[in-house]
Design a protein around this ligand. Structure first.
Ligand code: SF4
Length: 449
């Protein structure tokens, strides 16, 4: 018998496997993986399901969840049953929405990373077993367990975070932010992490009483005194010495793993299945990257020539956004990702300091904010091209072909290269030269010359 499925959530809500989200290319089914580790055969099984029931695309969320895309309403019950058989679906939709626990993906691979994965799994199980929190916590309320080491979870925002203090066996407990921005409350031992997390979540529910959507807002309005009286924490040491994250610490070959990024954070199931066969297990990260356990430079030599993966932090594709586009989304008018990759080949300097976005319709799903350059598809399979604007914003060129858009971006690269002042980024250059209209004229002149 098929599993009953809850109605899909609307866009902007927090989806799961039991409550998928309706997005432009169908239903998005988000899998929360406690501890973020998936054995290779499990990855291969998920790829098979994504191919059978979805549109063949899988992507990574910024919370290290795996997302199956393009699922139809008709296919959803069978997919959910199959995921349940794999042990990837929690029994309660209400519990699933609060199981937002992220831990360091390098735990067990990097000797300098504290053993946070068992703590994350224990916290995940405790949340699933806490029905008083299921409806009371906001869906995006999240926990981070940062073990530190070579690739710390420093830049990931959380409501409640535990940052390992190197060489002490202790954790700094902080609320409402990333590692540098969160408000510290004190220090606890590893044994106290799960109880402290649950106590702070319950304290937030009582103190907020529905008035503040996130813990950071509660702390900004009322301070930390109400939270501090509910948890027994040791005072903070003066200098915690917590390091930050740089992508070179993650991507490429490292002692315990190979870090692979995927253009646009998404991948075809064929390639992900191939990767899964080359490693005992994958680690999911919030950096739109997976880590292959074990790894080694021989794997990098295999992946490098394919050009499909991002293996170095200077790869210009890291600064590209594009939605799934024509074929994957009913509203898609163009091959946004293919056209975006053509831009990356002609604009390495622009992408080193700015962001380029290609949208297959005016909705701009992949990057709602302004970008240095935005291509917005029109009904006639051509693009409007904008500088310093979001998708659908004021355009300097209207209805150009993808090839013409690539020429314009190449000319903008030349303008930037020849006119930039020391350490000036492209957006600052456009502003200094008078704005998008003036720079568009320079770009045209460059093409003519
Ligand atoms: S922006 Fe892309 S994914 Fe979003 S609705 Fe338009 S075509 Fe679909």
């Amino acid at each position: 018998m098929s599993t009953p499925i809850n109605p899909p959530r609307v866009r902007g809500a927090c989806p799961g496997a039991l409550v998928p989200m309706a997005v432009a290319d169908g239903l998005l089914v988000r899998l929360r993986i406690p501890g973020g580790r998936l054995p290779g055969p499990m990855v291969a099984a998920i790829c098979g399901l994504a191919e059978r029931y979805g549109n063949g695309l899988v992507d990574l969320s910024q919370r290290a969840n795996l997302q199956i895309r393009g699922v139809t309403e008709a296919a959803l019950p069978a997919l959910t049953d199959a995921l349940r058989e794999l042990g990837l679906v929690n029994g309660e939709p209400a519990a699933e929405r609060v199981r937002n626990v992220l831990c360091s993906p390098t735990c067990g691979l990097d000797p300098a990373c504290a053993p946070v994965r068992p703590l994350a799994q224990a916290l995940d199980a405790a949340l699933a077993d806490s029905p008083d929190l299921w409806a009371a916590l906001p869906a995006k309320f999240s926990f981070v367990l940062n073990g530190g080491g070579q690739a710390p979870l420093a830049d990931t925002v959380a409501d409640v975070r535990f940052d390992a203090l190197p060489g002490t066996g202790l954790f700094r407990v902080a609320v409402g932010g990333d590692q540098p921005g969160a408000t510290p409350l004190g220090v606890c031992t590893a044994d106290a992490v799960v109880n402290t997390a649950l106590t702070l979540a319950r304290a937030y529910v009582r103190l907020s009483n529905g008035r503040y959507r996130r813990l950071a807002a509660l702390v900004a309005a009322e301070g930390t005194a109400g939270l501090a009286t509910r948890v027994a924490l040791a005072p903070m040491p003066l200098d915690t010495g917590l390091p930050g994250l740089r992508l070179e610490q993650v991507l490429g070959a490292h002692a315990g793993w190979v870090g692979l990024g995927f253009p646009f954070g998404g991948m075809s199931v064929q390639w992900l299945a191939l990767v899964a066969h080359m490693t005992p297990a994958l680690r999911l990260t919030p950096w739109r990257t997976v880590l292959l356990e074990g790894g080694g430079s021989d794997l990098v030599e295999i992946f490098q020539p394919t050009g499909l993966f991002i293996l170095a932090p200077e790869d210009p594709r890291l600064a590209l956004s594009a939605c799934s586009g024509r074929g994957a989304c009913d509203s898609g008018l163009t091959d946004a990702r293919g056209d975006a990759l053509a831009l990356a080949r002609v604009a390495p300097r622009l992408l080193a300091r700015g962001h380029i976005h290609v949208s297959a319709c005016a909705k701009g799903c992949a990057h709602p904010a302004s970008a240095l350059v935005t291509l917005t598809a029109r009904g006639d399979q051509a693009y409007d091209v904008s500088l310093l604007a979001p998708a659908g914003g004021a355009a300097q060129w209207r209805g150009v072909t993808a090839a013409r858009a690539t020429s314009l971006v190449a000319a903008l690269e030349a303008v930037y290269t020849h006119r930039m002042r020391a350490d000036e980024d492209p957006a600052a250059l456009i502003t200094r030269l008078g704005g998008p209209a003036e720079v568009a004229a320079l770009v045209e002149a460059t093409i003519v010359a």
